[in-house]
Design a protein around this ligand. Structure first.
Ligand code: NAD
Length: 267
């Protein structure tokens, strides 16, 4: 399977290059980053700390898409939907890990998913996907006497907040209660906020150091508190899941899939 990496000079991109190189049945077919990136023209494998591969970092996403059986995108919210559109034009399946994508970008990805299979997940770690399912279940079981707060912490370089994973956890909790997250999300408190509204789902985003990704879902009632926590200790866990998704998505029918589909579990 020829796999191309979009954003291959980035933190996740370099991890993905290493993961593809060590995966049986997978080969690197290309890597692209933004035009003007200082590393354009260098070997993508040596950038990732591996032996030379002969595959050079370019700035042409379409060339990578055309050379690949499937591509993996960990770039930026402003460009990932356009990459999905290009993939649809070339009938190349895509795995998207980029977070912070707005409603217009989401609509573009859903349009592309009519022509190609797309896996789009805010988090490719197996443990987090179990946490998604548990959060939906517990939110339904515990009911609105338990306030739900979602706390996440990430490294200082992260550009979006709350994290995509925190928002998915919020969607799962809202779904467990038969609600829509947009109607009950409290995404930032500051100043005279008034009392907490019953049924709201609160978010807090912490940033600092090189934290890979910590998420806690808190269920707090008058008398007890239940907390579920996931901590990623290495980006490798996301790369491993994304490459697994790439091998899986290449044989699927057009449509939008989640990591739960890739892992084959339903709650
Ligand atoms: P990063 O900034 O280190 O890497 C992003 C790369 O994309 C950079 O090298 C940047 O130059 C490149 N890029 C920007 N515009 C581009 C374009 N037009 N074409 C090609 N490349 C372009 O960021 P990162 O930490 O690697 O994270 C990337 C994204 O992945 C973020 O949205 C992050 O939240 C998300 N992420 C998702 C998961 C998951 O499991 N889904 C895990 C980690 C990170």
């Amino acid at each position: 399977m020829n796999i191309g990496i979009l954003g291959s000079a980035g933190r996740m991109g370099q991890m993905l290059v290493r993961e593809v190189a060590r995966t049986d049945g997978a080969a690197l077919s290309g890597g692209a980053d933004r035009a003007g990136h200082p590393l354009i023209g260098q070997d993508i494998a040596t950038l990732a700390g591996l032996n030379t591969s002969g595959v050079v970092l370019g700035a042409d996403a379409y060339a990578v898409i055309a050379a690949s059986d499937v591509v993996i995108d960990f770039t930026h919210a402003s460009v990932a939907p356009g990459h999905a559109t290009l993939c649809a034009a070339h009938k190349t399946p895509i795995v998207i890990g980029t977070t912070g994508i707005d409603a217009a970008g989401t609509a573009a990805i859903e349009k592309a998913a009519k022509d190609i299979p797309i896996v789009w997940a805010s988090n490719y770690a197996v443990g987090v996907n179990v946490l998604f399912a548990m959060t939906r279940r517990l939110a339904g079981v515990l009911g609105e006497d338990f306030d739900i707060e979602i706390v996440e912490m990430h490294h200082r370089h992260k550009v979006d907040a709350p994290s995509g994973t925190a928002l998915t956890l919020g969607e799962m909790a809202a779904a467990g209660r038969g609600r829509k997250l947009a109607d009950i999300a409290q995404r930032g408190r500051d100043g005279l906020t008034g009392e907490r509204r019953k049924g709201d789902i609160g978010f807090a985003a912490l940033r600092g150091g090189e934290v890979v990704g910590d998420h806690t879902v808190m269920f707090a009632s008058d008398h007890e508190r239940l907390e579920l926590t996931h901590k990623a200790s290495s980006r490798e866990v996301f790369a491993r899941g994304a490459v697994r998704a790439a091998l899986w998505v290449a044989t699927q029918k057009p449509g939008r899939y989640s990591m739960a589909d890739v892992l084959g579990f339903t709650d």
